[in-house]
Design a protein around this ligand. Sequence first.
Ligand SMILES: [Zn+2]
Length: 517
Amino acid sequence: MGLVMKNKFPLIGVMLLALPTALFADIVYQGKRVAEWPEEARPTFDNSRGLLKAVATQEKSHYAAPKGKIYSLTLLVDFTDKVAPVTVNEVEDWLNKEGFNRDGCNGSVRDYYLDVSNGQLDLTNEVYGWYRAKHPKSWYEGLQGYSGSDSLMKEVFDYFDSQVDFSRYDNDKDGTTEAINIVYAGAGEVWGQGLWPHSGWSSERRDGVKLTHHQMTDMPGTFSIYVFVHESGHMIFGWPDLYWYGDYCTMGNRPSDKNPVAINDFYRADQGWIPFVDITSEDVNNATVLEVSKPGEFCYRYKNPERPEKEGLVWSYVQNTGRNKVLKGSGLLMQHYDFSIDGNSASDKLGLRIVHASSQGKSSDIEPNQWPDPGSTANTFFKSGTYSGFSDDAYPAIRWYSGSKTGLKITDIGTPGETLTFCIGENCSEPVSSSSSEPEQLSSSSVAPETSSSSSALEISSSSSNTARIVISNIEKAGHGKPGSRIFNVLGKPVGQRNESGDMPSNLPKGIYVEIK
Ligand SMILES: [Zn+2]
């Protein structure tokens, strides 16, 4: 939150200070809390160096998008007045162990990122400690602003320098480390001061690499994973705090410490963890087949044609199970993004906002719906029976930020179940049953036909790191690709493969296809 930077919103600052401090974990740049990393301090990741060549980058991600195994360094520090409450081995389990469930945690930090990334990000922490700090914890906590954190950080880096090769944590070898974590004994005390958990920045340099980004997390003695995964979100990917957003992403609110909510599907698609399915106004006017999606399987995107690189509406099927168990409803969750807006610091124009299904006619949500109150509600989701469609007529105030109408129309949104169906435009026909044709034999690691319903669908498996999916929304522009790549329609039904010259199968009807390399 831009308490310091965005001083044109002084009332927001007052409001933040009045709220419970446990909600906040911050980005701190040069001693100041910021809503989003400034341009010069934004995390980057160079995927061109072959860490995971198999994953095709279909488009450049807006945020840093590391893939594959990423080594992260965790340094432990305790104090004379707050001694280490757990062992190094216990910390290693908390961060890395599959199925970690101490104190009710839903897996380790590594499990969390493996899940939300569909197995594409394996964040592995190497742990050193405990270092006994020079001063008692109370000394650092009592210093102005974040100067206690800075002081402790320098001490910790100095102490571990002889044991640690910091360059190991520059995973992409671009000269800066991706993930350095300082975990200190005891609880965070005062928001915005001392050792309050945050993601920070430094100009430290060791072993030939710059230690620009780090994060600091408390270890009160019981385990929870929210703070660590949230701060990693700032530090590794550069995601901002999603104020005014609600519980629908772990970069938004903090509804559960033990089973933190997933990363929202828009950020997941930006990372390449799930495919974007691009919908155009032509699709809205011509689409004829009901779309079918499993929870978190696709992120549908409708770009503002006037600013296609900046603004758009996105939606996906979100179900309140698993990582999203804490949410109060299920259905299509729609979001409005605008990358030209830095951070989520005002209630009227946000970099990323939820389009609440229950908010017809309002350009911005009424006060009780604003952060951090929105939490989540069942009526935020579009679904059959309550809010089964979206259009400019039904939502006259949901406009592009320029004020012009969106042109998007979604109808016939179904009942949330194993899948959710909806129609782009209107008058869609039911999906055709695939029972008449024998599905192609498919590798279980990439695509599996769904057997429990009349249609088959692509299954995004949890071990998909060695396959790449490309979503083709315009068959005429599909161009050349890898010979032999398998092509599926949006229902997951195989429709052919690229020929020896890499051309698409001929005579495919207009529609959305997924290519598996
Ligand atoms: Zn934060």
